[in-house]
Design a protein around this ligand. Structure first.
Ligand code: TRP
Ligand code: SF4
Length: 335
């Protein structure tokens, strides 16, 4: 039985944080046996918004690869690759751009949102509008069937399916319609209670040492109504409790919820208990990271080798696409 093909990617715009681990990486790691997985560091996607200053991109590529491997992505089981090392993604992107109506792209909810939200950046560039087309090319160049992504990518995946359908309609069935495999993302707020996000400066990074994580948890925002130790609190409005739901076994959660509501425990006790569950998850990861940091050349080698390995598949798909579109001049007999 052949395994289904999986492609997913992350942009190298910064180091990964706990939200990435719980929201996506754990899921990717769990798919490695059952699926034929390709995980891409999509550096061109980073350029769509970071084009004015691209200095950090290369370094972020390595950092993300280190985070990935430390979190359990295994280069023996999955292919870890760099988008720009397989230029076939770009040719497919160009060819797909012929069949994608611009209004489809302007309608993507994340497009308008990002342009509005990141006002300090000029996102009127052509490449940014085409972001989802490039994403479609990433998946379709490997005939990806399953795409593990978070909720925020649903609209992109829907568009990818429409692009595949439209291509097949014009040129014959070349591509499968990829399915999103949604990660059930538990809410994991940042230290200030807002969504964990680099731009808010409230993240707990996977690269941070346990001491620093300890300090961050200890200064994390709690139920704002619980001013004094004797005030009862409401765990349901407390970001610390959201973390308990992810890292603490059920009896510990019950202890925290009950103790909070009755003011039997203080927030410091509560956070200590959280660390008992959280540190055993991040400590081995940090340890592995320290090891990998010492050998960045091997990490680069893994990415280069992974990219080389999948390039053959990408070429094969592109051959079919060229034939379907009648631009296959590489075979004389066909023109
Ligand atoms: N847009 C995705 C994100 O921001 C990253 C991405 C690029 C991707 N290409 C992809 C995800 C292909 C899945 C498949 O998370
Ligand atoms: Fe939050 Fe725990 Fe403090 Fe309650 S006791 S407010 S759940 S940190």
């Amino acid at each position: 039985m052949t395994k289904k093909r999986v492609f997913s990617g992350m942009r190298p715009t910064g180091r990964l944080h706990l939200g990435h681990l719980i929201g996506a990486l754990d899921n990717w790691v769990g798919m490695q046996e059952e699926y034929d997985c390709i995980y891409g560091i999509v550096d061109w996607h980073a350029l769509t918004s970071e084009y004015q200053d691209t200095r950090a991109v290369q370094d972020n590529v390595i950092e993300i690869a280190i985070d990935w491997i430390a979190a359990g992505l295994d280069p023996e089981k999955s292919v870890l690759m760099i988008q720009s090392l397989v230029p076939e993604h770009a040719e497919l992107h160009l060819l797909l751009s012929m069949v994608v109506p611009v209004p489809w792209l302007e309608r993507v909810p994340t497009y308008k949102e990002q342009v509005m939200q990141l006002r300090e950046k000029d996102l009127s560039n052509y490449g940014f509008l085409g972001y989802p087309v490039l994403q479609a090319a990433d998946i379709m160049i490997y005939k990806g069937e399953v795409v593990p992504v978070g909720e925020d990518q649903v609209s992109h995946l829907e568009l990818v399916r429409e692009i595949a359908r439209r291509f097949n309609h014009f040129f014959g069935r070349v591509f499968p319609e990829p399915q999103a495999k949604l990660t059930t993302t538990p809410r994991l707020p940042g230290t200030d209670g807002r969504k964990m996000s680099k731009s808010y400066g409230n993240v707990i990074q996977l690269s941070e040492d346990p001491g620093k994580i300890h300090r961050k948890v200890m200064t994390m925002v709690t139920d704002p109504a619980r001013v004094r130790r004797t005030d009862p609190g409401d765990p349901e409005v407390c970001p610390v409790f959201d973390h308990h739901k992810v890292f603490t076994p059920p009896e510990g959660q019950a202890w925290a919820a009950q103790g909070c509501r009755t003011a039997k425990i203080g927030c410091i006790d509560c956070k200590r208990r959280l660390l008992e569950g959280m540190l055993p998850v991040v400590e081995p990861l940090h340890q592995k990271r320290v090891e990998l940091e010492k050998d960045r050349e091997s990490v680069k080698e893994i990415l280069v080798e992974g990219s080389r390995r999948v390039r053959g598949r990408a070429r094969e798909t592109l051959g079919e696409v060229r034939q379907a579109m009648n631009i296959n001049y590489d075979r004389r007999s066909q023109w």
